[in-house]
Ligand binder design. Structure first.
Ligand SMILES: [Zn+2]
Length: 157
């Protein structure tokens, strides 16, 4: 095995790539309902009845238009979870997320797909697959029209 004779070359680049995209009607209504009403909306397919959160214009199962939105949750079942103990850059904020924190995959009541989101781990011994959980919303004045308007999901006892 050979030993490298030169140090690797590093190139420093500063990038600034702001962008914005249209959320579309279903996702816009979902985000506004989170912000203004602390409600979780999902799309329901008129063809196959599949309920999807966050809502989309088309059914992911049968590809038909899904004009109907229905309220789901705020309670659900924890399908799997992880307690993270190493820091990482939160893509929502661009800042290092404090550790530890919990992340779970939740099946909201009335929904057919799974929603990944943060978990309250103030008592992480209560986290378990199959555990009932409930969305905890940010205080109204702190909501930003984003999925993070759901602060986290807490364990129901
Ligand atoms: Zn469908």
């Amino acid at each position: 095995m050979s030993t490298p004779k030169e140090k690797p070359l590093y190139i420093s680049i500063k990038t600034d790539l702001p962008y914005a995209y249209s959320a579309g009607r279903p996702l816009s209504r979902f985000l506004v309902a989170l912000r203004d009403e602390a409600k979780i909306l999902a799309s329901r397919c008129n063809q196959c009845s599949y309920v999807l959160v966050p809502p989309r214009a088309f059914c992911t199962q049968c590809h038909k238009l899904t004009p109907e939105l229905v309220e789901v949750g705020p309670r659900g079942t924890l399908e799997t979870f992880s307690v993270i103990n190493f820091p990482f850059i939160d893509p929502f904020t661009g800042l290092e997320r404090p550790v530890p924190y919990g992340y779970g995959i939740i099946k909201l009541d009335g929904c057919d797909n799974l929603l990944p989101h943060f978990l309250d781990i103030s008592d992480h011994t209560k986290l378990a697959i199959g555990q009932r959980v409930e969305a905890v919303f940010e205080e109204k004045e702190n909501r930003t029209t984003a999925l993070t308007d759901i602060k986290h999901f807490r364990v129901l006892i």
